[in-house]
Write a protein that binds this ligand. Structure first.
Ligand SMILES: C[S@@+](CC[C@H](N)C(=O)[O-])C[C@H]1O[C@@H](n2cnc3c(N)ncnc32)[C@H](O)[C@@H]1O
Length: 156
């Protein structure tokens, strides 16, 4: 199952980029034997300042057709890391070819796009900067792959 991240904003070189590259490299390596990955990032940018509606249009365009749509949203579902790993495994075992995680911009994800999500994940009730949410998601993807492979990275 290919894993996509569709996110608002371009992440330049720096600590967040380094962390994401590290976690996604690890995820791809660990996920290969589990039929998880590769990971692909799709960054969108609305240069006209059209807000979350314009961003939603660009995000929709970036979504691979037929992908399972998962939004990252503070109003979403709280999961433990093993539960997240179980969800990934279930989506893969259901025969999904692509799963796309969507992270919004400063104003969040437009309600219409949120409404059509297959699932929504919360990293807690607090609002995090979107670039940090990218880092957290990629770490959790690597952690999930480690859990599913039986590697000792995750200690509950
Ligand atoms: C700065 S936040 C936008 C917050 C905005 N008030 C909203 O209503 O979504 C940018 C993006 O980061 C992600 N995000 C921020 N906090 C999050 C959390 N606690 N759980 C999951 N995703 C979060 C969401 O995708 C959000 O669209």
């Amino acid at each position: 199952m290919r894993v996509h991240l569709c996110a608002v904003g371009r992440l330049r070189a720096g600590p967040e980029r380094d962390l994401i590259d590290d976690y996604t490299t690890r995820f791809d390596r660990t996920g290969r034997a589990l039929a998880l990955g590769p990971f692909t990032e799709h960054e969108i940018e609305d240069r006209k300042g059209g807000g979350m509606e314009a961003e939603a249009t660009l995000l929709e365009r970036a979504l691979p057709s037929g992908a399972l749509l998962i939004t990252l949203d503070e109003r979403g579902k709280l999961l433990s890391s093993p539960e997240f790993a179980d969800h990934l495994a279930k989506w893969r075992d259901d025969g999904r070819q692509d799963v796309a995680f969507v992270i919004g911009g400063a104003d969040g994800i437009a309600p219409a796009l949120r409404a059509r999500a297959d699932f929504s994940i919360s990293f807690g009730k607090m609002v995090w900067p979107h670039m940090l949410v990218r880092v957290m998601l990629t770490e959790q993807l690597y952690r999930a792959a480690s859990i599913l492979s039986g590697a000792p990275y995750h200690r509950a």
